[in-house]
Design a protein around this ligand. Structure first.
Ligand SMILES: *Cc1c(COP(=O)(O)O)cnc(C)c1O
Length: 372
């Protein structure tokens, strides 16, 4: 049997252990320390000088804190892109609020601007103005931030930008992770850079970042006795794993270009198979191509191809199952147009790691070609 090819596996630079060693040498084995502030600084420098970053225990924790900071409470409604991973939506429920799911557009596979506006109007007509909008750059492809921001501005609804899959992507030259009122990143094991597990909240306001850190460290008031006037969370990043993040930042740009090369390779070798389609970058969009995705003609082909790759020890994955199809969200209001349903049926994510070898890519291509 050929060795396993993973969908997206961690890819270390070799520098990570230096930073971890330093954490041990200085005994900063805690959810604070020089690696945490160093990693935050690295991210701020990378994203844009005007950002403030709070390193957290996960991307999900970052979304949860974003909703807390925006005042989302029990009984509120929050709009969320339906075509996403469940972690985008779960924190809405943590707050006792109701998710309202909105479908995607064909050009980006992300939040459809027209559908978004229809939804806002309809929810307002029904008596509730949505408290926030969670927009996602799925698979690294930026959502149309120009149109989405314009609608959000018109109705004065803040945007939580879920950039968990899009570190390194840009929209009209602006980095993903700086396009929302509050943005979030993830450093889970299979993301473009990883800290094994981790996330970050990004804001243009220092006060908001400080507030996020305060809430993420149990919301202890400035008082020697343990005084609390707010519900707190234990969501801060550990100084040990932040060391992995500092090492990973040195290779982020390499990871982006390698993942883009993977996509180009697949496209070059599979485009001639008329039955396979790719999502191209709209004008002005630059995707980190976190995962390379293909569209097959239908569900039957997608499943047959996935199983053929699986028996050849190659891991692939259907595109995300839309939230409006999930049993747990069956009672949530949803505004659909068929786009994400079709993408889910036809789409497959191919192995996309920045550590894939030419040999492995050849193996994948030859099996896909043998199928068609
Ligand atoms: C991974 C991911 C998250 C959650 O991040 P974690 O760090 O795993 O909690 C949220 N949204 C999307 C779109 C993701 O892919």
């Amino acid at each position: 049997m050929n060795p396993k090819i993973w969908l997206s596996s961690p890819h270390m630079s070799g520098k990570e252990q230096e930073f971890i060693k330093n954490a041990f040498a200085t005994n900063w084995i805690a959810p604070l320390g020089p690696n945490v502030s160093g990693f935050e600084k690295d991210l701020e420098t990378y994203l844009n000088e005007n950002t403030h970053v709070a390193a957290l225990s996960s991307g999900t924790a970052a979304i949860h804190l974003a909703l807390v900071l925006l005042g989302v409470e029990h009984g509120d409604e929050v709009i969320c892109q339906s075509f996403t991973f469940s972690a985008s939506a779960n924190p809405i429920v943590y707050q006792g609020a109701t998710p309202v799911f909105v479908d995607s557009e064909k050009d980006t596979w992300n939040l459809c601007p027209e559908q978004l506006e229809t939804t806002i109007k309809d929810r307002m007509l029904k008596g509730k103005k949505p408290k926030a909008i969670i927009a996602v750059h799925l698979y690294g492809m930026p959502y149309n931030a120009e149109k989405i921001n314009k609608i959000a501005n018109t109705y004065q609804i803040p945007i939580v930008e879920d950039s968990a899959e899009a570190l390194g992507s840009t929209f009209k030259g602006i980095k993903c992770g700086t396009l929302g009122d509050i943005s979030i990143l993830s450093f889970n094991g299979n993301k473009i850079i990883t800290t094994s597990g981790g996330g970050a909240l990004v804001s243009k306001s220092k006060a908001l970042k400080d507030r996020a850190v305060f809430l993420a460290t149990q919301a202890r008031d400035a008082d020697v006795s343990y005084l609390h006037s707010n519900i707190g969370y234990n969501y801060r990043m550990s100084n040990v794993v932040a060391g992995i993040g500092r090492g990973q930042m040195t290779v982020l740009d390499n990871h982006v270009s390698k993942r883009r090369q993977n996509f180009e390779f697949y496209k070059e070798h599979l485009d001639s198979i008329g039955d396979i389609e790719f999502l191209n970058e709209p004008n002005g969009s630059f995707s980190n191509r976190w995962l390379s995705c293909i569209l097959t003609p239908n569900l039957k082909t997608r499943e047959a191809l996935r199983q053929l790759l699986e028996i050849n020890n190659i891991e692939t994955r259907p595109l995300w199952k839309p939230m409006h199809q999930q049993p747990i969200f069956k009672d949530a209001p949803s505004y659909t147009n068929g786009v994400s349903d079709t993408l889910f049926e036809r789409g497959l994510c191919l192995p996309s790691g920045s550590n894939l070898t030419e040999n492995e890519l050849d193996r994948i291509i030859s099996i896909i070609k043998s199928y068609f």
